[in-house]
Design a binder for this molecule. Structure first.
Ligand SMILES: Nc1ncnc2c1ncn2[C@@H]1O[C@H](COP(=O)(O)OP(=O)(O)OP(=O)(O)O)[C@@H](O)[C@H]1O
Length: 618
């Protein structure tokens, strides 16, 4: 009798094919099929359906043997499946164990890196025309300026030693040397004389490295504390460039500007314009150098008042984006010969919805330009974006971008919402005037001013809903000392340089820590010290409080107990000393995944999409 095994091996199977490489393979034939085959065989041999008992017994044994084999095969398969399942479970458990070994920080860092990667898809900061035509400049703009020979002869080590002395960090190729004295920068004597008269005798760290970089024609990202003299660092190179042009071939009506300075607010543009006009006037004072003409181009003022400037060759324009675009579109002047573009508070300019305006402005340039970006706060995301958009840029960084000015004594106090107004009066006694009070809310700014006026305090108020005249009046009377206190919204927080502010009171803590850094930076300027008192309470978001806590720690300031005791997911990272600022806002108390600024930006973006979808927007 043939064994079942051999019978099976010979049986042709319609389903399985023997694999040549595996002789031991036995195709499986179901019992029912085999029984059918056996019956068919018997019938061909003439055996009728009435089988004899011996044959039947043998068949039963065969069937039982088959069933047993089938059962074994089933068990084997189940065993294999179980093994695979166990293996999968093991892999899963191993991964979970590895994950659990990762600290919360490491997991958060992974999430942050993913979000940052997604954000990197931003378009370059170049004009649409340049992007469309694929124009890509590869070499910096040529400049005729050279450092004096005795500085050029110094070794890279000597340059670095000087940078280290002033805590200047630099990045980039062929970085021009730092220069410790204004006189060695080849600045015309009348300007130096004027600076000396204002007690500006030696350059601050950002000037010491930033001016040589800018004089060399290089694109620059300049980051330094509030009140550290960035304005001079980016205005002087433009004045020198304009002077060179004018001395080569004087500009006539309809020609120019040589360069522009863009500012995020009208007040800041006005202040920068005033500085430029003063420096240009000092240059031309004794007739040795020509007069350079500057134009203030901001909303809310009549440009006709400056028609005398437009009727001459125009050297320098200081502008806010909206009015500048308007003037360019009306062809009141062109950028045909413009080769210098500076953005003050650049991170804010790129960040706060000005990005498209900036691109638009860039599209008016006809030739290569030198681009300069300056700010006290410049989160990593903006730095990366800017680095990609400039030509061989040099990054000059004095202190961590977004760090508070160390000359400001920061006091943070817990004040209940309803007690703020009364406590404000008490707070005003801390120092003599002038004092600035910041609030995030325009109505609150008005309320505070009204309250102070009732209490006999000479206060002015400034916010975005005031008319241009009201804004100018507030700034002028506060600057001149006629008013002791200025109550302001964010408008006045960036870049404005008032004389020796004694005390900044932050009545409502801004959500974004960068705004706080700019606000407290209105005091403690140009080497003087000042106080900043900030009111916080249960309405202040926890992330903001954590940002504040780390900013205080970084600046070596006292951290009040209510800040120390907040639940802090970044405590371990901070203890290891590996805490880095959020790439979006620079805050040290949170990562990108819970960044309030990113949340706000996304909310704004969604709102604008909604408006566009609904056919609105204008
Ligand atoms: N080298 C210097 N020595 C002394 N004072 C200086 C020097 N350079 C500038 N200053 C003065 O320091 C003050 C602050 O300068 P500036 O407004 O340029 O600061 P900033 O860095 O732009 O600040 P912010 O980030 O707040 O805009 C000004 O009053 C300016 O005249």
């Amino acid at each position: 009798m043939e064994s079942t095994k051999r019978r099976r091996a010979r049986s042709p199977s319609p389903i399985y094919k023997l694999d040549d490489a595996d002789d031991s393979y036995e195709p499986y034939i179901p019992v029912a099929q085999r029984r059918q085959e056996k019956l068919a065989k018997l019938s061909t041999l003439g055996v009728n359906s009435e089988k004899n008992s011996a044959t039947k017994l043998q068949e039963d044994l065969d069937d039982r043997e088959d069933e047993q084999r089938e059962e074994e095969t089933r068990r084997e398969r189940a065993r294999k499946e179980r093994t695979l399942l166990l293996e999968a479970q093991e892999v899963h458990l191993k991964k979970a164990a590895e994950d659990s070994k990762k600290t919360a920080d490491e997991k958060a860092q992974e999430v942050d890196a993913e979000i940052l990667e997604a954000l990197k898809s931003r378009r370059k900061l170049a004009s649409d025309m340049e992007l469309a035509k694929g124009i890509q400049y590869t070499e910096p703009l040529q400049s005729s300026w050279r450092p004096p020979w005795y500085i050029r002869e110094r070794t890279p080590y000597q340059h670095q030693k000087l940078r280290d002395k002033y805590h200047i960090l630099v990045e980039g190729e062929d970085i021009p040397p730092p220069i410790e004295h204004f006189a060695d920068m080849k600045i015309p004597e009348p300007i130096l004389e004027y600076l000396r008269s204002k007690r500006i005798v030696s350059p601050t760290p950002i000037q010491l490295q930033g001016i040589p970089v800018a004089f060399s024609g290089r694109d620059i990202i300049g980051i330094a504390f509030t009140g550290s003299g960035k304005t001079l660092a980016f205005c002087l190179p433009l004045i020198m460039m304009a002077l060179e042009e004018e001395m080569k071939l004087p500009l006539v009506r309809g020609e120019g500007p040589v360069g522009i300075i863009l500012c995020p607010s009208r007040e800041l543009a006005t202040q920068t314009y005033d500085n430029v006009v003063t420096w240009c006037a000092s240059l031309a004072k004794d007739g040795k150098y020509p007069q350079l003409n500057a134009l203030l181009c901001i909303g809310g003022i009549s440009m006709n008042d400056q028609s005398h400037v437009l009727n001459k060759g125009l050297h320098i324009v200081i502008a806010t984006p909206g009015r500048l675009i308007d003037m360019l579109e009306k062809k009141r002047f062109t950028f045909n010969n413009c080769k210098y573009l500076c953005m003050d508070e650049a991170d804010r300019m790129i960040d706060l919805g000005f990005e498209d305006d900036v691109r638009n402005i860039m599209s008016f340039f006809k030739n290569q330009r030198q681009t300069l970006l300056f700010s006290a706060t410049m989160p990593e995301k903006i730095q990366d974006f800017a680095q990609d958009s400039l030509i061989k840029p040099v990054l000059v960084n004095v202190g961590r971008a977004g760090a508070a000015n160390l000359d400001v004594l920061q006091v943070v106090e817990y004040v209940k919402q309803e007690a703020k107004m009364v406590y404000l009066l008490e707070c005003l006694q801390k120092t003599p005037p002038p004092v600035i009070i910041f609030s995030e809310n325009k109505n609150e700014v008005d309320d505070i001013q009204e309250y102070l006026l009732l209490k006999g305090v000479e206060a002015v108020a400034i916010h975005g809903s005031k008319t241009q005249e009201e804004r100018q009046y507030a700034i002028k009377s506060f600057k001149s000392g006629a008013k002791d206190v200025m109550v302001a919204s964010g408008v006045a927080s960036k870049g404005l340089d008032f004389n020796e502010i004694q005390h900044v009171i932050i009545f409502s803590m801004p959500k974004e820590i960068e705004d706080y850094v700019h606000q407290i930076g209105r005091t403690g300027r140009s080497g003087k010290t000042g106080i900043a008192t900030t009111f916080v309470n249960m309405n202040t978001p926890e992330q903001t409080l954590l940002d504040l806590k780390y900013l205080l720690m970084e600046a070596g300031q006292k951290v009040p107990p209510f800040l120390s005791t907040i639940d802090d997911p970044r405590a371990a990272q901070a203890q290891r000393g590996s805490l880095t600022g959020c790439p979006v806002c620079g805050g040290l108390g949170h990562g990108i995944s819970n960044c309030p600024k990113l949340e706000d930006a996304q909310r704004r973006q969604m709102a604008s999409h909604r408006t566009a979808d609904e056919g609105g927007g204008y």
